[in-house]
Design a binder for this molecule. Structure first.
Ligand code: 5GP
Length: 180
C-alpha cells in the first residue's frame, strides 16, 4: 500500500490547506499591483505551488525550474545543476521562488545567486517546509509554511526514490524503507 512506509503523519491535509490559505492571503497583500512571477522548483514543489497559486488572488505568471539535489538517497550531494531553466525573462519583475523544503540551504543559495544575475525587481522565497536545524548555508526565507524537525519527510510533492509524491499529507518515512 502507498502508506506502508509512513511512520507517522506530521502535517495532515487540513492543516496544510489552512496554512496555505493564510500564506496566499499574505502574498496577495504583499504583491498587489506588482508583476508577480511564481517560480516553482520541480518536482517537489509542484503540488504546493498549484495549491498556493490558487490562494493568491492576483494576476500572476508561473514558471518552472528543475535543479538536481537528491538522487535516490536521502543525503544532499551539495552539487546543484540546472536541469531545466525558466522559459520567461524575469528582468524587472517581482519573483517569488516556491520550494517544497529547505534543508541545507545549498539549493536556494545557488538559485538566488543565479536568479539575481537576471536583475528581477525583487526576489523572495516561499517554502512549504523548513528544517532550520539542518542549515549549512544561511538563506533568508520570506514565507514559511511549517518548521519541521530533522526527519526525512514524504508526501505533498516530496518523494523518496520518486514515490509518495501523491500522498495528501506530510509524513515521516519509516526507517525500514531506507534499507530496501
Ligand atoms: P537543500 O539544498 O536545502 O539541502 O535541499 C533542498 C532539497 O532537498 C528539497 O527541495 C528536496 O528536494 C530535498 N529534501 C530535503 N529534505 C528532504 C526531505 O525530508 N524529504 C524529501 N523527500 N526531500 C528532501
Amino acid at each position: 500500500m502507498l502508506t506502508n512506509n509512513v511512520e507517522r503523519i506530521l502535517i495532515d491535509e487540513e492543516k496544510l490547506m489552512n496554512r496555505i490559505r493564510e500564506m496566499g492571503r499574505q502574498i496577495t497583500e504583499d504583491y498587489r499591483g506588482k508583476d508577480l512571477v511564481l517560480i516553482c522548483i520541480l518536482k517537489g514543489a509542484v503540488i504546493f505551488a498549484s495549491d498556493l497559486a490558487r490562494e493568491i488572488k492576483l494576476p500572476l505568471a508561473m514558471d518552472f525550474m528543475a535543479v538536481s539535489s537528491y538522487g535516490s538517497s536521502t543525503k544532499s550531494s551539495g552539487v546543484v545543476r540546472i536541469l531545466k531553466d525558466l522559459d520567461q525573462e524575469i528582468e524587472g519583475r517581482h519573483v517569488l521562488i516556491v520550494e517544497d523544503i529547505v534543508d541545507s540551504g545549498l539549493t536556494l543559495h545557488y538559485l538566488t545567486e543565479n536568479l539575481m544575475t537576471r536583475k528581477p525587481a525583487s526576489l523572495k522565497i516561499c517554502t512549504c517546509l523548513d528544517k532550520p536545524e539542518r542549515r549549512v548555508t544561511p538563506v533568508k526565507i520570506d514565507y514559511v509554511g511549517f518548521n519541521i524537525p530533522d526527519e526525512f519527510v514524504i508526501g505533498y510533492g516530496l518523494d523518496y526514490a520518486e514515490e509518495y509524491r501523491n500522498l495528501p499529507f506530510i509524513g515521516v518515512l519509516s526507517k525500514d524503507a531506507y534499507k530496501k
